[in-house]
Design a protein around this ligand. Structure first.
Ligand code: GLC
Length: 755
C-alpha cells in the first residue's frame, strides 16, 4: 500500500514513481535500457496504441469521447487541433490547449496500466503566439541564425500553450510559386535552405529538446512534395533519383545532421510509390545512410491515401506497406489501430517490425523528457511574461526588417514627403501580414497606418483602403457538407471617392497591397500570380493620378506584377512579414533602417514562364528553348537579388590557389549591408547534369560609404561536391567556375581546374 501511495503522490506531482524493478521509470537509466524494459512489458494492444495519433477536436473526435481509449493505452499521441467549440483563436495564456493537454495526459499517466505519456504535436511553423516572418520571407534575410532565434521564441510559447512537439521545420525546396506552400519553405536554393532548416532545428531543440524552453522538432515533408506537378497541391510528383539527391534531400540531410527528433512523411509519390510507403527514402536513406534514430509520423491521413492513390488495395495493405517502409506513427486515419493486430495474428505482419516502430517512439518520448515532465510547463509570472513578450516582438521586428526585399527604387525612398496617402487594403489590416500557418496568433498590435503616422509625425498620413484584399472566398468549388457551391466572383470595385480624397492631399502614395493570406499555405494553389480581388484596378487607378508611388506587396509567394514593376517608383516584396511587419516597413520607408533583404525565390515575369528558378540544370542547347511570344525569358528579379539605400561594387572574382576572392565596395553615400554570394558551376560531371550555378557560400557585409572589404571563400571539395545516386558525396575533377556576386544572375567569375 505504501508503494502505491508514494507512486500516486509522485505521479500527482507530474513525475514517475520508480517501482521496484521498473527500469523504464528510472530517469537515471540509459534511454535504450528504459526503452527495452518498457517494450518488454507492453501488450500488443498497447504497442499498436503508441503508433496512433488521434485528434481531439469538438467536431471530429470530441476529447471526452477518447478518455477510455487513452486509459487503455490505445492512443500514443494527439495532434492538438483541439479548441473549445466556437472558440477559435484562444490566447495560449487562455489555456484552452493547456487544459485539454493536461486532461488527456493525466489519464494516460495516472490511469493507464503502464503510464506512458502522450505526445501532443502542433504546427508551430513561424511562431506560436508571436508570429515571425514566414520561412520564405525570413530566408530573404540570408542570415540563418535569425531562424534559430525565432524558433527559440516559438518553442517557449509552444510549451506554454501545452504542446510537446512541433511539426516544423518544413524542409521542402520551393520550385513553383503556384504552390501555396512555398511560403513555408526557405526558398528555391538547397544550400540556403539547408542552413535555415538546421538553424530552425537548433532553435526548437537547443542542445536538449527536453528543456522547458525547447521542443522536439519534425522535419517535413519527406520527400519531394514541392515538385507537385503544376504547383497543384497533393498532385503527382515526378523527379529523378538524381534530383532527389541533389536538391530535395539536401535540406533534410542538414536537419537530420542537426539532430532533429522526428520526421513527417509526405503526401506525394516517390518513384511511383506514395512517400509514406517508400522504404527507399524512409529506411534506406533516412536510417541506413543518415543514421536517423527518431520516429516518422505520416502526414494527415496519408496512410489512407495510399488506397486513394490506387497503390494499396485496402486499409490492411496500406498499414502493412507504410509500417514496413519505416513510417512509425499514423496521423488521423486509423489503419494501424484497425488492422495491425489482425495482420499480426494472420502472420502477414512481423511483430519485430512493429516493435521497432514502438521502440523509436518510446525513444523520443524518453529523450524529450515526457516521462519526467508529462504536463504543460508552468506559465511564468506576469512580469517575466511581459519581458518575454517585449523581447519576442523586438526580435520579430528585427527579423522582418532584415527580410523585406526592395526590388525597385528610383530615388523616392527613403521617403521625405510630408503628406502621404496610404492606400490599399493592407493599410489598416491586422492579419494579412501574419500570413498562413499562424498557430495561436494574436492580431498585429499595430497597423501600417499607425506605424506610418508615428514615423512621419511631423507630416500627415491620410488613409484610404480603396478595396478589399479579395473579393471572393475562393473561386474553387467548395464542398460544404456535400452541398457543392461555387463562390461567384463578385465585381466589387474600388472606392474611388475615398481614394480621390487621399490623392488630392498627398505628395506621395504608399500603396499597401497583397495576396489574400487565405490563398496561401496548404491546399491553396493558384493558376495566376496576380494581386487578389480588385487590387490591380486600385493600383492602376492610383498610378493614373501621376503621383509618386511606393508599392508594398505582401504575399505568400512571388507575384508577377508587370504594371506595378513598370509604374511604381519603388517596390518592396515584403512576403508575409509577421506581427511586426508594419513597424519594420515604416522603419524602412522612413529610412530609419536600410533594406537588406535578398530574394529567396525568383520572381517570374509571368505565370506562363514557370518554372523559373536560378539553379536550373544546364541544357544541351544553352540559350535555346526560348518562348517565341516573350521577349524576356529569365526571372524579372532573380534569386539573391535585393537593393539597399546605397550601392555596392563587386570586383571581378579571382582565384588564388583554391580560394575565390573579390573586393566589395560601398560606392554610395549611406552605410548598407551587402550580401556576397558564392556561386559555383562545374563544367562536367560524369554522374549527372548540374545547374549552371549553385549557391555554395554567403557573407553579409556592413560597409560604410567608400569602405572596401575583401571577401574570400575556400573552394574545398565540400563546396564543389555533389551527391551520387548511392548517397555518397563526390567531387568531379575538371574545370569549374566560381563567382562572388550580389545575386544569382550577375557577377564576373573565374575558372579553375580541380585535379
Ligand atoms: C497537414 C500538413 C502538414 C501538417 C499536418 C498537421 O496536412 O501537410 O504540414 O503538419 O497536416 O497539421
Amino acid at each position: 500500500m505504501q508503494k502505491i501511495l508514494i507512486a500516486a503522490a509522485v505521479a500527482a506531482a507530474g513525475g514517475f514513481a520508480t517501482g521496484a524493478g521498473e527500469i523504464y521509470r528510472d530517469a537515471s537509466q540509459p534511454v535504450e535500457r528504459r526503452v527495452e524494459d518498457l517494450l518488454g512489458r507492453m501488450t500488443l494492444d498497447e504497442k499498436i496504441g503508441q503508433l496512433y495519433q488521434s485528434i481531439a477536436e469538438p467536431d471530429w473526435r470530441p476529447m471526452e469521447g477518447q478518455f477510455d481509449a487513452v486509459r487503455k493505452g490505445e492512443i500514443g499521441s494527439f495532434i492538438n487541433l483541439y479548441r473549445e467549440k466556437g472558440v477559435d483563436r484562444v490566447d495560449w495564456r487562455g489555456t484552452v490547449s493547456r487544459r485539454c493537454h493536461d486532461t488527456l495526459q493525466k489519464i494516460a499517466v495516472e490511469q493507464s496500466r503502464l503510464g506512458i505519456p502522450l505526445i501532443f504535436g502542433h504546427d508551430v511553423i513561424h511562431g506560436c503566439y508571436t508570429i515571425f516572418p514566414s520561412p520564405l520571407t525570413l530566408a530573404c534575410a540570408f542570415e540563418p541564425d535569425l531562424f534559430e532565434t525565432a524558433q527559440h521564441f516559438a518553442a517557449r510559447e509552444a510549451r506554454w500553450a501545452g504542446y510537446d512537439w512541433t511539426f516544423a521545420p518544413m524542409c521542402d525546396t520551393a520550385r513553383d510559386p503556384r504552390w501555396g506552400r512555398v511560403m513555408e519553405t526557405c526558398g528555391e536554393d538547397p544550400y540556403l535552405n539547408a542552413l535555415c532548416v538546421a538553424a530552425q532545428v537548433r532553435g526548437f531543440q537547443g542542445a536538449d529538446a527536453s528543456a522547458a524552453d525547447r521542443i522536439p522538432a519534425c522535419m517535413k515533408h519527406f520527400v519531394g512534395y514541392s515538385d507537385s506537378m503544376g504547383g497543384r497541391d497533393y498532385n503527382i510528383t515526378e523527379c529523378s533519383e538524381w534530383t532527389l539527391r541533389n536538391l530535395h534531400l539536401i535540406p533534410f540531410r542538414a536537419a537530420a545532421a542537426a539532430g532533429v527528433e522526428t520526421v513527417m512523411s509526405s503526401f506525394n509519390t516517390v518513384d511511383g510509390r506514395p512517400a509514406v510507403t517508400s522504404r527507399h527514402t524512409l529506411t534506406d536513406i533516412l536510417r541506413g545512410e543518415w543514421g536517423f534514430s527518431g520516429f516518422v509520423v505520416s502526414d494527415w491521413n496519408a496512410v489512407h491515401e495510399a488506397i486513394e492513390w490506387g497503390y494499396a488495395k485496402d486499409g490492411a495493405e496500406a498499414a502493412r506497406m507504410a509500417l514496413r517502409a519505416g513510417n512509425d506513427m499514423e496521423m488521423f486515419s486509423r489503419h494501424y489501430p484497425d488492422n495491425l493486430k489482425g495482420e499480426i495474428a494472420a502472420g502477414r505482419m512481423e511483430i519485430g517490425v512493429l516493435d521497432e516502430a514502438v521502440r523509436r517512439i518510446l525513444r523520443v518520448k524518453f529523450r524529450t523528457g515526457l516521462f519526467e515532465r508529462p504536463y504543460a510547463i508552468e506559465l511564468p509570472g506576469d512580469e517575466a511574461l511581459k519581458a518575454f513578450d517585449a523581447c519576442a516582438h523586438e526580435a520579430a521586428k528585427n527579423c522582418a526588417a532584415k527580410s523585406i526585399v526592395l526590388v525597385k527604387n528610383n530615388g523616392v525612398l527613403p521617403l521625405k514627403a510630408k503628406k502621404i496617402a496610404l492606400i490599399g487594403p493592407l493599410g489598416d489590416d491586422r492579419r494579412e501580414m501574419i500570413g498562413a500557418w499562424d498557430a495561436r496568433s494574436e492580431a498585429c498590435r499595430t497597423t501600417l497606418f499607425d506605424e506610418l503616422k508615428a514615423a512621419f509625425a511631423d507630416g500627415e498620413v491620410i488613409m484610404a483602403k480603396g478595396c478589399a484584399v479579395n473579393t471572393v472566398a475562393s473561386v474553387q468549388t467548395k464542398e460544404d457538407g456535400g452541398k457543392a457551391e461555387s463562390a461567384a466572383t463578385s465585381t466589387a470595385g474600388i472606392d474611388k471617392e475615398s481614394v480621390d480624397r487621399a490623392l488630392a492631399l498627398a505628395e506621395v502614395v504608399v500603396l499597401a497591397l497583397g495576396e489574400d493570406r487565405n490563398w496561401t499555405g496548404e491546399n491553396h494553389s493558384r493558376s495566376r500570380l496576380t494581386l487578389t480581388g480588385a487590387q490591380q484596378d486600385l493600383f492602376d487607378y492610383v498610378a493614373d493620378s501621376g503621383k509618386p508611388i511606393v508599392a508594398i506587396v505582401c504575399s505568400g509567394r512571388p507575384l508577377a506584377l508587370p504594371s506595378v514593376w513598370e509604374r511604381a517608383d519603388a517596390v518592396f516584396y515584403a512576403g508575409q512579414p509577421g506581427c511586426e511587419g508594419a513597424a519594420a516597413l515604416a522603419a524602412l520607408i522612413s529610412g530609419k533602417l536600410s533594406p537588406e533583404g535578398r530574394l529567396s525565390m525568383s520572381v517570374p515575369r509571368d505565370v506562363g514562364h514557370l518554372p523559373v528558378f536560378y539553379n536550373s540544370y544546364r541544357t544541351g542547347r544553352p540559350g535555346s528553348g526560348r518562348y517565341d511570344d516573350a521577349f524576356e525569358q529569365d526571372a524579372k528579379y532573380p534569386f539573391g537579388y535585393g537593393l539597399t539605400y546605397t550601392t555596392f561594387a563587386f570586383s571581378p572574382t579571382r582565384i588564388d590557389g583554391r580560394t575565390a576572392k573579390c573586393e566589395v565596395t560601398n560606392t554610395g553615400a549611406r552605410e548598407g549591408v551587402a550580401v556576397a554570394q558564392l556561386y559555383v558551376g562545374a563544367a562536367a560531371c560524369p554522374d549527372g547534369v548540374r545547374p549552371r550555378r549553385e549557391l555554395r557560400g554567403l557573407r553579409k557585409l556592413s560597409l560604410r560609404p567608400g569602405q572596401t572589404a575583401q571577401v574570400a571563400f575556400e573552394l574545398d571539395d565540400a563546396v564543389l561536391a555533389y551527391t551520387d545516386r548511392s548517397g555518397a558525396l563526390k567531387t568531379a575533377c575538371g574545370r569549374y567556375e566560381a563567382v562572388i556576386a550580389p545575386d544569382s544572375a550577375s557577377g564576373s567569375g573565374a575558372s579553375f581546374v580541380r585535379e
